[in-house]
Design a protein around this ligand. Structure first.
Ligand code: SF4
Ligand code: SF4
Length: 175
């Protein structure tokens, strides 16, 4: 690994978006409580993401994505355990938003984004899902109001923020 570059402006930006970052004293309680850290034997490590944020290590966080921030399941265990009330998941969301702006984010988010555009749901209700729910005696799921969701997506400029090339929308249109 090359020399790490501390980016004070970047650090300031993250703190401005969530001041709780400044309260972290690197105790590691977040990582001890994190089920993903446990499952990956420490390869994923929320404390480290917070440390890199405190140091403004932009390249590691945004370009290299080490640790891989997308592995976070947003279970909130770290937030519950943090003695300093650091809002880790909020900070992670802000970092993810910055990553999305670079276009270097996992493909699965494009698939889900396109499904939301098309069906108003991240995971569309397919016939097998509906059948399985019936078999299990689960209540039917209300379908989304696509018109209303469409207005929200338009107001937030959502379509321009994701890659819509060659996804569900096009495939459906071609059928
Ligand atoms: S638990 Fe809180 S204070 Fe401790 S390392 Fe994690 S974020 Fe920092
Ligand atoms: S919210 Fe993310 S970082 Fe925090 S404990 Fe859950 S998986 Fe780990």
């Amino acid at each position: 690994m090359g020399m790490l570059k501390v980016d004070f402006e970047f650090r300031k930006e993250i703190v401005k978006e969530d001041f709780s970052l400044n309260y972290c004293y690197q105790c590691g309680a977040c990582s001890s409580a994190c089920p993903v850290a446990l499952a990956t034997e420490g390869e994923y490590n929320p404390r480290k993401i917070i440390e890199e944020s405190l140091l403004g290590l932009k390249e590691l966080l945004i370009k290299d994505q080490k640790p891989n921030i997308w592995l976070c399941s947003t279970c909130q265990m770290c937030v519950e355990e943090c003695p300093q009330n650091v809002f880790l998941t909020e900070i992670f969301d802000n970092l993810k938003n910055k990553i999305v702006q670079t276009g270097n984010y996992p493909e699965a988010y494009n698939v889900q984004g396109n499904a939301i555009l098309e069906y108003g749901l991240a995971i569309p209700l397919t016939a097998p899902i509906i059948r399985r729910r019936q078999q299990l005696g689960l209540p039917s799921v209300e379908s989304a109001n696509i018109e209303e969701i469409g207005k929200l997506l338009e107001a937030t400029n959502f379509e321009k923020k994701i890659n819509t090339n060659g996804y569900l929308k096009t495939e459906k249109g071609e059928k």
